[in-house]
Design a protein around this ligand. Sequence first.
Ligand code: NIG
Ligand code: FE
Length: 400
Amino acid sequence: MYDLIINNARLYPMSGHASPATQTCLAISDGRIAAIGETGEARETIDARHACLLPGFIDCHTHAVYAGDRADEHAARIAGASYQEIARGGGGILTTVRAVAAASEQELVDGARPRLATLLAEGVTTIEIKSGYGLDTANELKMLRVIRRLGTELPMEVIATFLGAHTIPGKHSHESYMDLVIDEMLPAAVAEKLADAVDIFVENIAFTVADMERLFAAASAHGLKLRAHTEQLSNMGASARAAELGALSCDHLERLDEAGVRAMASAGSVAVLLPGAFYFLGETRLPPIGQLRKHQVPIAVASDLNPGSSPINSLLTCMHMAATLFGLTPAEVLLGVTRHAARALGLDKEIGSLEVGMRADFCLWEIAAPELLCYQLGGLRPLAVYKDGQRVNQLQATKG
Ligand code: NIG
Ligand code: FE
């Protein structure tokens, strides 16, 4: 006896490719996929009426916990200032750091909850959230506790990434800040089990490749997964080194060169592309999509939701942008928010595709084909969202 059977679905398992399966039913027991294409007795049976059934989407790179906004910096950039100039002047990330320091844990939870609920309503069942607007031990831990609380308050999988190495607060030298990150913040986060992974912003306005090597050595010793923001604004050779050191993903990548692509390919590191930041910062240089394809680097797509470079509370919008701005095919985009996004989190045995034994995180979409999700901008919502086999939305469907 299964817990749930979904009949008459057009199944898109996203296991290896984005094509539909020949089977039309999915059986669920104990929150996991128990069978595909076999029907039987179940406590509940649902007729999907030929809706498309896809894995729940995974937003594998966000900074969704923050306070305040940076609308004035947006206006300054429209008037001609660059993101780097604003950062060097003490604004940018540091503006949000001041707002986060002034906010309580409860205020941060209350601010982030509707952002996550909005993503859930779009079919996002797993979200990764980074710290990085604390930049001192108390505030980094506060952010990480907020991220953990969101995972208990919402019916979503919330993955916490420690990004203490986001930028250098003014009162510190480069070295003294890295010492603080590695010797104090990281062990404290590990001791409270507040982080699943570490990340670092390797950039000419932030940290060096040598800083990343130090951080990764310490984080690996604590058993954390490794990620990095690399080659966004300048080419520092950081992606190649991150990949060699075992980073699950390198993210942004507008300035990645072919040597970096090759290194990522041989290490199996995922290229996480963030078209929302590309769009919002008015970037013109595209990530090297052709080379990523040529060397078969798995590509993921995420929202990068944050107040500075991607104030975009919509993964579907970023999927549309990945197709229209980056030229990814709809199949690449769909794999980029399912299977490959799971791989960027090191969770591809659990989520991101529909296979027997994996978690029953999936959505029903009343649309002609999943390609519609990269084509139509706005107005699309899944008919039903399931997390661990439980229905977690009660929304009206929108037909594409
Ligand atoms: O992923 N690149 C660094 N971090 C963020 C931006 C953070 C901010 O501007 O607040 C990003 O784009
Ligand atoms: Fe980011």
